[in-house]
Design a binder for this molecule. Structure first.
Ligand code: GLV
Ligand code: MN
Ligand code: MN
Length: 418
C-alpha cells in the first residue's frame, strides 16, 4: 500500500468551525445539543452535512434506514470503498462531539484530500448512521445494525418512541427514507474507520493524545416491568401495599451490587425509568426501567443478566408483585480488525502522537460494521471523561490529533494514486 507522506495534515480550524456550526442545529439548554434522531433538528443537521459534502464534490446515496453515504470517487471504479464516519444524532442532553466528530472528521479527510489534490485508488465514503443513540428508539446503533444484518428493517420500522410514534413513520415524516436497500453495499467495503471521543477518563488522565481501540465492551439492555397496584398513599396500610416503586429501588440496589461484584471491568445502571402513575399521593402500581450492563467479558455479561432476572424475580415475589423482563438491546464484546488497528497505530506513530490501546466503554456503529467489514476506531480524550452530558468538551488539539490519525489511516487504506 502507498504510505501517505509525513506532511499530510488536516485543517484543524476548518474542522473546529464545522463542529461549532453543526452544534447550532438542535441546541440544548446548557451549551450542548438536543438533536435526537428523526426529529426536525436531525433533518436540518443532515441537510447541512449534505450541503458541505456536495460542496466538497461528493455525491449522496441514502438507504431505506436513512443512513447517508457521501462518496468521493476513487481512480479505480472496481475498487471497494473505504468508509469513514459515525453519527449526527445526539442524546436529549448530549454534547457537541459524541458522534459528530467522527462524521465531520470524515468530511475533513475529504476536504483535506481536495486541498492537497490527492487522488486515491479506492473511493472514500463518509457515512452518517441513523439513530446511533437509541434514546428515542431502542436499541442503540439501530440502523448500522440493520445494515449489518443484525436486525430486520421491519423490526426497526416498528420501534416506538415514548409518544408511540414509529421509527418508520418518523423517518418518512422528516423525508429521509432513501431508495437504496439497507445493507446492499455491505459486501463491498474495504474498511470502516470511526473517530470518536473516548467518553471516559483514561486518555486525559494518562496524558495520551490517541486511543487505539482494539476492542469494544459488550452491552446488555434488559427492560424490567414491575406490576403492583396503584393505591392511596395515605389510607393504604403498609402491609396491604403493592409498591412497584419500592421493588424498583430494591432491584436497582441489586444492579449496583451485581456490577460491583465484577469490578473493575463491569458496569451497571438504569438510565431509563418510568414510574406510574407518577403522582405524589399514589403508591406506584407500575415501574418500567431498563438495566444497562456492560463488560468486555461475555461470560460476565451473561452472569449479570442471569443474576438480575433471578434476583429481581425473588424481590418481586417476596413483595407479591409481578416482574417481566424483555431484552431490548445488546451486543457481545467486539474485537476490531488487526490490520485496521495497525493502520491506526502506525498513523499515530508516524505523526508523533502519544497513544495507548484502549477498550471502548460505549457502543458504536463500528461494533456492528465490524461484522461485515474490516473495522477499527480512533479515540481522542474528552475533558474529565464526561459524555452524554451537555458539558461534554474536547480541545482543538485533541480533535486535530484524532482527525490527523484518521486521515492517515484512511488514506493509507484507500491508497494514494501517484
Ligand atoms: C451508545 O451511545 C451507548 O450507549 O454506548
Ligand atoms: Mn457516539
Ligand atoms: Mn452517545
Amino acid at each position: 500500500m502507498a504510505a501517505p507522506g509525513e506532511n499530510l495534515r488536516i485543517n484543524p480550524d476548518r474542522l473546529w468551525d464545522s463542529l461549532m456550526e453543526m452544534a447550532k442545529v438542535g441546541p440544548g439548554v446548557a451549551g450542548g445539543n438536543n438533536r435526537q434522531t428523526l426529529t426536525d433538528a436531525d433533518a436540518q443537521g443532515r441537510r447541512l452535512f449534505q450541503s458541505w459534502c456536495e460542496e466538497a464534490g461528493m455525491t449522496m446515496a441514502v438507504d431505506t434506514m436513512g443512513n447517508m453515504f457521501m462518496t468521493r470517487p476513487g481512480s479505480d471504479p472496481d475498487a471497494p470503498p473505504v468508509y469513514v464516519g459515525s453519527h449526527l444524532d445526539t442524546q436529549p442532553t448530549g454534547g457537541k462531539y459524541d458522534g459528530v466528530l467522527g462524521v465531520l472528521g470524515g468530511l475533513e479527510v475529504v476536504r483535506s484530500l481536495n486541498d492537497l489534490g490527492i487522488r486515491t485508488k479506492h473511493p472514500i465514503v463518509v457515512t452518517n448512521w441513523t439513530n446511533e443513540e437509541g434514546t428515542r428508539f431502542a436499541p442503540a446503533m439501530l440502523s448500522s445494525g440493520v445494515f449489518a444484518g443484525v436486525h430486520t428493517q421491519e423490526e426497526a420500522y416498528a420501534k416506538e418512541d415514548a409518544e408511540g410514534l414509529t421509527f418508520g413513520g418518523e423517518l418518512s415524516r422528516i423525508g429521509w427514507v432513501g431508495d437504496e436497500e439497507a445493507g446492499a453495499r455491505k459486501d463491498r467495503m474495504r474498511a470502516f474507520f470511526e473517530l470518536h471521543i473516548e467518553q471516559g477518563p483514561i486518555l486525559e488522565a494518562e496524558g495520551k493524545d490517541i486511543g487505539i481501540v482494539t476492542h469494544g465492551q459488550g452491552l446488555s439492555w434488559t427492560q424490567v416491568t414491575v406490576t403492583g397496584k396503584d393505591a392511596h398513599t395515605g389510607s393504604t396500610p403498609m402491609p396491604m401495599r403493592k409498591n412497584a416503586g419500592l421493588a424498583m429501588a430494591r432491584i436497582l440496589e441489586l444492579v449496583d451490587e451485581i456490577a460491583w461484584s465484577h469490578a473493575p471491568h463491569a458496569v451497571g445502571a438504569a438510565g431509563h425509568i418510568d414510574i406510574s402513575p407518577n403522582s405524589r399521593n399514589v403508591i406506584p402500581g407500575k415501574a418500567v426501567f431498563t438495566v444497562d450492563f456492560r463488560s468486555p467479558d461475555v461470560a460476565v455479561i451473561r452472569d449479570m443478566e442471569h443474576r438480575l432476572k433471578t434476583g429481581a424475580q425473588k424481590i418481586c415475589e417476596d413483595m407479591g408483585l409481578e416482574a417481566a423482563f424483555e431484552k431490548v438491546g445488546g451486543f457481545d464484546p467486539v474485537t476490531f480488525d488487526a490490520a485496521c488497528v495497525t493502520a491506526i497505530r502506525n498513523a499515530a506513530d508516524r505523526l508523533g502522537y502519544s497513544h495507548r490501546d484502549i477498550i471502548s466503554g460505549a457502543g458504536h456503529d463500528a461494533c456492528w460494521i465490524n461484522r461485515v467489514a474490516p473495522t477499527a476506531m480512533v479515540m481522542c480524550p474528552c475533558v474529565d471523561g464526561l459524555s452524554h452530558n451537555e458539558a461534554e468538551e474536547i480541545t482543538r488539539d485533541w480533535a486535530k490529533a484524532g482527525c490527523d490519525v484518521l486521515f492517515h489511516a484512511v488514506v493509507e487504506t484507500a491508497e494514494i494514486v501517484e
